[in-house]
Structure formats: structure tokens, C-alpha cells
Design a protein around this ligand. Structure first.
Ligand SMILES: [Ca+2]
Ligand SMILES: [Ca+2]
Ligand SMILES: [Ca+2]
Ligand SMILES: [Ca+2]
Length: 229
């Protein structure tokens, strides 16, 4: 988008509305299936969690464990890390959620790189809880939650779960401006943003402050200009 176009978009959207979106705790249903990608799962036993992106955890005996991945962002203030994963399958043999949280990027073959947290059963077996109450995490940063089963036995590696975020954490996209998550920013994303913005949809509130306004437009434009690496 050239400068004249972005100026026009800015004016058009800013005059469309300056409005408030409801804020609520963000939660989603998820499913690990046979078509999920796989990772070399870590284990929480003996892990070193510091609240920074240099945590370390031991390798588990389970390789090739299917996982689902969530991009999570924060608003302008520094929330504590608080992500719960509840199994929606019958215990004990079925899906046993395990969570690992990463800063910025995740490589399923090098699961110790950029690691922030790991947990298996801290929300009560079988439910996982990535929780670190002693320090806030960086505002306006990208975090990645990897959810898999503890097991890779055929009967218990797949299943349904709910993932629920604490205050100040929100489900997002790898690139903020890539609204259709296809790895590119183009006019499709511009028109998705325009329709969400004019509808005052919470997804257009890119800094999660409860308002869709000029700040969100400028965040969209800067992320759009930066592209999606
Ligand atoms: Ca392993
Ligand atoms: Ca668990
Ligand atoms: Ca896109
Ligand atoms: Ca906003």
C-alpha cells in the first residue's frame, strides 16, 4: 500500500468510528487430530522456569506427538503468564493435556529454543496450567502456546480440549496484519481489517485496550508495511 492509499484508509476508518469493544477472558475449544503436526515433546519434570524466554526442560521419551499451536499477544500492560488447558475427554486413559509456551517462534524439532514455560498437570490431572505469578511478561509481544497430549499412545494422543487465557492475554495471529493467516499481507487482509473495524469487532482492537480507534489503524498499517516474515 502506498502512502496516499494508507492515508486515505486512515481517514476513512478514523471517521467511521471511535468505539469500544467488549473485553472478556479469551477461551477457545481445540482439537488434536491425526492431521495435527508433531513435535519432540518436552517434559515438565526438572524444568527450569525463570519467567524469561530462556527456560529449559528435559526431553521426554515421546517423539512425534501431535500438537496444536496458538498465537497469543498481550496488550499495553504487562500481564502474568496464565494459560489453562482443560481436557474434554474422559480420564484417565484419554487425552492428557501438556502445554509449552514460547517467545516469538517455535521449532518442533528444537523445543528448548525460546522456551518460556512447560506444564503437565498443575491445574489438577489431567489439566495443564502454564502459570508464572512472580513477573509480568513483555507487553505487545508474541507468545506461542503448544498444546499436545502427554502421551503418544494411539488411544490417548488425540482429543478435545479447552484453552483459556488469563487477564491481559489474547488469541491472535503470527503476523498482526495477516487476518486470514495465510502468511502474507495483502489486500484481502486490508478488506478484512476494514470490515472488522467498521463493525467494531474486538478482533480489530489490535492493542487490546477495549477501543477500536486510530491507534489500531496505525498498528495495522505498521504491521502491514513490515510484511509477514
Ligand atoms: Ca523426545
Ligand atoms: Ca496433563
Ligand atoms: Ca493474509
Ligand atoms: Ca485499540
Amino acid at each position: 500500500m502506498n502512502h496516499a492509499h494508507s492515508k486515505l484508509l486512515t481517514i476513512a476508518l478514523a471517521s467511521a468510528c471511535a468505539c469500544s469493544a467488549a473485553t472478556a477472558q479469551d477461551a477457545r475449544f481445540g482439537q488434536v487430530t491425526a492431521s495435527s503436526d508433531t513435535w519432540d515433546r518436552l517434559t515438565a519434570t526438572g524444568a527450569s522456569i525463570t519467567g524469561a524466554c530462556n527456560a529449559s526442560a528435559n526431553d521426554s521419551v515421546n517423539d512425534g506427538v501431535p500438537y496444536e499451536l496458538y498465537y497469543i499477544r498481550t496488550g499495553d500492560f504487562s500481564p502474568i503468564l496464565d494459560i489453562r488447558v482443560y481436557s474434554l475427554e474422559p480420564a484417565p486413559l484419554d487425552f492428557d493435556p501438556f502445554i509449552a509456551v514460547y517467545c516469538d517462534s517455535f521449532d518442533p524439532n528444537f523445543p528448548n529454543t525460546n522456551l518460556l514455560h512447560v506444564d503437565d498437570d498443575s491445574a489438577g490431572y489431567p489439566n495443564a496450567h502454564a502459570f508464572f505469578p512472580f513477573a509480568g511478561i513483555d507487553p505487545n509481544s508474541l507468545y506461542i502456546a503448544v498444546v499436545s497430549s502427554y502421551s503418544n499412545f494411539p488411544q490417548s494422543q488425540y482429543g478435545n480440549f479447552e484453552i483459556s487465557l488469563g487477564n491481559g492475554l489474547y488469541f491472535s495471529r503470527r503476523c498482526l496484519a495477516d487476518f486470514n493467516d495465510d502468511g502474507e499481507v495483502d489486500f484481502v487482509d486490508v478488506s478484512l481489517f476494514i470490515s472488522l473495524f467498521t463493525a467494531m469487532h474486538p478482533d480489530a482492537d489490535l492493542n487490546y485496550d477495549g477501543s477500536t480507534d486510530f491507534v489500531d489503524i496505525s498498528l495495522f498499517l505498521s504491521d502491514y508495511t513490515a510484511g509477514c516474515p
